[in-house]
Ligand binder design. Structure first.
Ligand code: ATP
Ligand code: MG
Length: 445
């Protein structure tokens, strides 16, 4: 993309309404625009990152064997009357009435609807196990929407639902989700720690939340510092293999890690003092096992091997897709702006032309731009007539992890400059070597 043809409405001033750094930077970098409290338009740069995050979530869900579908945002109230949650949910639910006076709601989550789909089409144990998921907008009329996309009223969530014959099978689905989430967050350049949590209005006994450590997080967390040394890395997991998933689960959940809701001082005291940490965290996901809480009242049953109908065991599993943008920025920025991890960056590299209009510089930039595209990568090429300082400031603000700087002086010696946004280190290289470096950096991402 050439910047002269793009829509990147960066702000020079720091917006007064933004209290935390990720919100400030998203506004300044022209990623979002607030339309009402907790409701945002996603401007092109923000939308690009949102799509990258979604893409990673899709890939990792499908790697784990989960099947995508898409359910609507508006739901009939009657489904929620069946589960008893229409009255239980309270003022967070946005209720609307259609022209025929039918009660509808903007879904805050989809347990009821997915259970309805299941009961309409599945009747036998032979169709299990089954995990369906979608990435769809949710609405929760939060009392205090704040921190930009971090606590919105309308927000994008991946929510998945498993259907299993037995509790044991459903617990494997739970473990499988935990493992796939570890990989998902790591691909986004994040460390998200699974912590034992409280189930809230979803209900059920078993639940873990995934938390990204950040001072601006809304949850207080207590953990054994050894956890932060764990890496999921490039493990080749067979997601159907019960023992393999269990082993990963044990590795990542056996040390003390809890949110304030489930915190137990006596247990925490058993962690060696030097390793005890009290910090703040951002919840970026949660997994639940809740058994037959929805399948029983809603009649989601299958015929077992013995011919007897039984309610299926279920769980639900959420990732805060839009919140993740805020969480990633909280975890990865400096005083000049955002620093995108390579896995989610909106453009893979920025090209800065120090002298737009200079024939040699223009030609070199055009050639680099084409070479980046030939690698299957995307460049944002600042071809405007802005002065160099302004171009650098914009690139630093929007946080592309790599920048290639092209100027007449370097070109005379046959080199351009490749700069890492994270370290600030620059290297002079012939253009083809800079391209080769990018190919290596992004290989496998
Ligand atoms: P919270 O405790 O932060 O209100 P929750 O536990 O009610 O969240 P879940 O039902 O577990 O949320 O939803 C799954 C994920 O969706 C959460 O882990 C979070 O990342 C994201 N999420 C929930 N509420 C919001 C919101 N208001 N704005 C943005 N993302 C949200
Ligand atoms: Mg939650």
């Amino acid at each position: 993309m050439r910047l002269s043809r793009y829509f990147l409405p960066v702000l020079k001033e720091t917006p007064a309404e933004a209290q935390i750094v990720s919100h400030r930077l998203m506004l300044r970098a022209g990623m979002i625009k607030q339309q009402a409290a907790g409701i945002y338009s996603w401007l092109p740069l923000g939308y690009k990152v949102l799509r990258r995050i979604e893409q990673i979530v899709h890939e990792e869900q499908q790697r784990a064997g989960h099947i995508p579908l898409l359910m609507p945002t508006l739901q009939p109230a009657d489904l929620w009357r069946e589960s008893g949650r229409y009255d239980a949910y309270g003022p967070e639910m946005l209720r609307v009435r259609d022209r025929h006076d039918r009660d509808m709601l903007y879904g805050p989550t989809n347990e009821e609807m997915i259970t309805d789909i299941f009961r309409s089409h599945v009747g036998s144990y032979k169709d299990l196990p089954l995990t369906l998921y979608h990435i769809q907008w949710k609405f929760r009329d939060e009392v205090r929407p704040r921190f930009g996309v971090m606590r919105g009223r309308e927000f994008l969530m991946k929510d998945g639902y498993n259907f299993d014959l037995t509790k044991e099978d459903a617990l494997h689905a739970y473990n499988r989700h935990l493992v796939s989430y570890l990989r998902t967050y790591e691909r986004m350049g994040l460390q998200a720690i699974p912590m034992r949590a409280d189930s809230g209005p979803i209900g059920g006994d078993d639940t873990h939340e995934f938390l990204v450590l950040a001072d601006t997080g809304e949850s207080e967390v207590f953990y054994d510092s050894e956890i932060t040394d764990l890496k999921f890395g490039d493990r080749d997991i067979d997601y159907d293999n019960v023992e393999q998933c269990q082993a990963v689960l044990e590795e990542f959940t056996s040390r003390y890690a809890r949110t304030d809701e489930t915190h137990d001082e006596a247990l925490f005291a058993q962690v060696p003092e030097a390793r005890r940490r009290v910090a703040r965290g951002i919840e970026v996901g949660q997994i639940f096992y809740f058994g037959t809480k929805y399948s029983e009242p809603m009649g989601a049953t299958v015929q077992g091997q013995d011919g007897v109908k039984q309610p299926v065991h279920m769980g639900s599993h959420g990732i805060g897709v839009s919140r993740l943008l805020g969480a990633i920025i909280e975890a990865s920025h400096d005083d000049r702006g955002i620093i995108w991890p390579e896995g989610v960056t909106p453009f893979h590299v920025g090209i800065v032309n120090l002298k737009s209009g200079d024939a040699a510089a223009d030609a070199a930039c055009d050639a680099l731009y084409d070479s980046v595209a030939a690698l299957g990568l995307e460049a944002l090429y600042d071809d405007t007539s802005e002065r160099a300082g302004g171009k650098f400031a914009t690139m630093d603000l929007i946080g592309l992890p790599w920048r290639i700087t092209v100027g007449p002086r370097g070109l005379k010696n046959g080199v351009v400059e490749l700069t890492s946004r994270r370290t600030g280190e620059s290297e002079e290289l012939p253009p083809d070597q800079a391209i080769a470096r990018l190919a290596t950096i992004y290989a496998g991402l």
